[in-house]
Design a protein around this ligand. Structure first.
Ligand SMILES: O=C(O)COP(=O)(O)O
Ligand SMILES: [Mg+2]
Length: 221
């Protein structure tokens, strides 16, 4: 086990960019939504830098780029609805588990630690994706960006999970790829561990000063 896990009882995992490389399907849905609205599709590289604050903010960034100015509320609403419809049609076609993810989940679960999933992705998409990549049985609780009144970087989803399983925050670990995961983890009193390969708005996640960084989740176990 990684030394950071020594007295950890609950591990909260981020999804996009941490357990799964989901940008190919996210980008396909963003592109299709913009084409539906007669706007130019941004493509995968840009979407990679925009993921992290949930689907509404993703579409806000995509629209601002396509229009050259911040979108109106009604335009954003329409675009977000198109995104939800398009992503819902194909949430897991090219999405893949990262190497090491399955070993880490299996190893942590068999060590008796409680595993939870805390993503900013809308809750409706969580289970279809977990099922498609075969890890749906790993988590005692899954929270999406719309499950509670506030999402990461707010600590609420993390404190909610710790409370639910009656684990002190000091014995919980947040594992994620972005500054939002590390900020939420620190604010919740969790320990924090980052992976450098995910989506962090084009910046190194090391700048958020997590307690540890691993190149592969396999290093956890
Ligand atoms: O959907 C997003 O914006 C990011 O999702 P994540 O929190 O699983 O990285
Ligand atoms: Mg992420």
């Amino acid at each position: 086990m990684h030394p950071l896990l020594d007295d950890i009882r609950l591990v909260a995992f981020d999804l996009d960019g941490t357990l799964v490389d989901s940008v190919p399907d996210l980008a396909a849905a963003v592109d299709a939504a913009l084409v539906d609205l007669d706007l130019p599709p941004p493509g995968e590289a840009k979407v990679r830098d925009w993921v992290g604050n949930g689907s509404r903010v993703l579409m806000e960034r995509a629209l601002a780029e396509a229009l050259g100015e911040p979108p109106s509320a009604s335009r954003l609403e329409a675009a977000h609805e198109r995104f939800l419809a398009r992503y819902g049609q194909a949430p897991c076609v090219r999405t893949r588990l990262y190497p090491g993810a399955r070993e880490a989940l299996d190893g942590l679960a068999s060590s008796g630690r409680r595993l939870v999933l805390v993503t900013n992705k809308p809750e409706a998409f969580i289970l279809p994706i977990l099922r498609a990549v075969g890890i749906e049985q790993c988590f005692a609780l899954c929270l999406g960006g719309d499950s509670l009144p506030r999402r990461k970087p707010d600590p609420l989803p993390l404190t909610h999970a710790a409370d639910r399983f009656d684990v002190a925050p000091s014995r919980c670990l947040m594992v994620g790829d972005s500054r939002h995961d590390i900020a939420a983890g620190k604010a919740a009193g969790f320990r924090t561990l980052a992976v450098p390969y995910g989506y962090n708005h084009g910046e190194p996640v090391a700048a958020s000063r997590p307690d540890a960084i691993v190149e592969s989740l396999a290093e956890l176990v």
